[in-house]
Design a protein around this ligand. Structure first.
Ligand code: BGC
Length: 273
């Protein structure tokens, strides 16, 4: 089965058709810079353009870098604030001309990693973190997602954690790997104290260079592994959500019985339109 996945980020909007049974993209992704200001209308125009560039008409899943409940955007840390309260499922469905599922970007990336990547077969508590413009989080237990966890906004030393430990923080402050990894380590210790994960999956674009920083993260008990789908995880997870695949137990393809609240709500919003 095929679906289209679109990943909306603070810097780029990228999409590709995906074979959701294998998690493989069926074509090179198309990436267009996120418009500035990143208002709902401007972003919806780019979403339309990305889908149209593949001639896509059909099931589409779309990620958003903020809290999404029932297809509606609730927070917008790194995009235009006018998103808050926007019915994104409706807006995007008009843009692409079909049903859409909308979900948090890190939740989408986590779903993909749990099904096809570094979290495959893991049944304990798994925390996927994406280090990029912000820090995204996706928490799983027994293969089920707890949506919209937003652990990037924990307060550390009086600051939003993502301003200290995101990839953007590293670039903006000019920190070297060691300096940045110390901040990430302190952040992971804080998260570990709250949810005691068995496994932490380190994702986001910077996971391409995981060998430079993941080995420096020595302050937590949890196993830490780099994401394997890296930058494609959001696209793949979005496409899975569009078909309802992300709504099932992500580590157990055989007994897909349980439903995760967020993605189910997103799919419901898509069909309710
Ligand atoms: C947002 C999250 C998002 C993360 C990564 C944070 O600022 O609040 O919803 O998952 O950035 O994009």
């Amino acid at each position: 089965m095929q679906a289209f996945g679109i990943d909306i980020g603070g810097s780029g909007i990228k999409g590709a058709p995906v074979d959701v049974a294998t998690g493989k993209m069926l074509a090179d992704r198309n990436k267009i810079l996120t418009p500035r200001p990143s208002t709902p209308e401007a972003v919806a125009d780019v979403v339309r353009e990305v889908a149209r560039s593949f001639g896509w008409k059909g099931l589409t899943g779309i990620t958003f870098p903020g809290v999404v409940t029932g297809g509606t955007i609730r927070t917008a840390a790194n995009v235009d604030k006018s998103w808050i309260g926007t019915d994104a499922a409706r807006l995007f469905s008009k843009a692409v001309g079909g049903d859409v599922a909308v979900l948090n970007d890190a939740d989408a990336a986590g779903i993909a990693e749990m099904m096809f990547g570094a979290g495959k077969g893991e049944r304990g508590t798994v925390l996927m973190l994406t280090f990029g413009t912000g820090i995204g989080s996706a928490l799983f237990t027994g293969g089920l997602l707890v949506p919209n966890t937003e652990f990037g906004h924990l307060e550390i030393r009086g600051k939003d954690a993502e301003s200290r430990a995101s990839e953007r923080g590293k670039t903006e402050h000019g920190w070297g790997w060691k300096e940045w990894a110390q901040r990430v380590d302190e952040y992971l210790q804080r998260v570990e104290a709250l949810v005691s994960p068995d496994l932490i999956i380190a994702g986001g674009g910077i996971s391409k260079e995981s060998e430079k920083w993941v080995p420096l993260l020595t302050g937590v008990r949890a196993r830490i592994v780099p994401a394997t789908l890296q930058n494609d995880a959001g696209i793949v997870g979005a496409a899975m959500a569009a078909t309802g695949m992300g709504t099932t137990r992500t580590t157990d393809a055989g007994t897909e019985a349980s439903v995760t609240a967020a993605v189910a709500a997103a799919s419901a919003a898509a069909t309710a339109k």
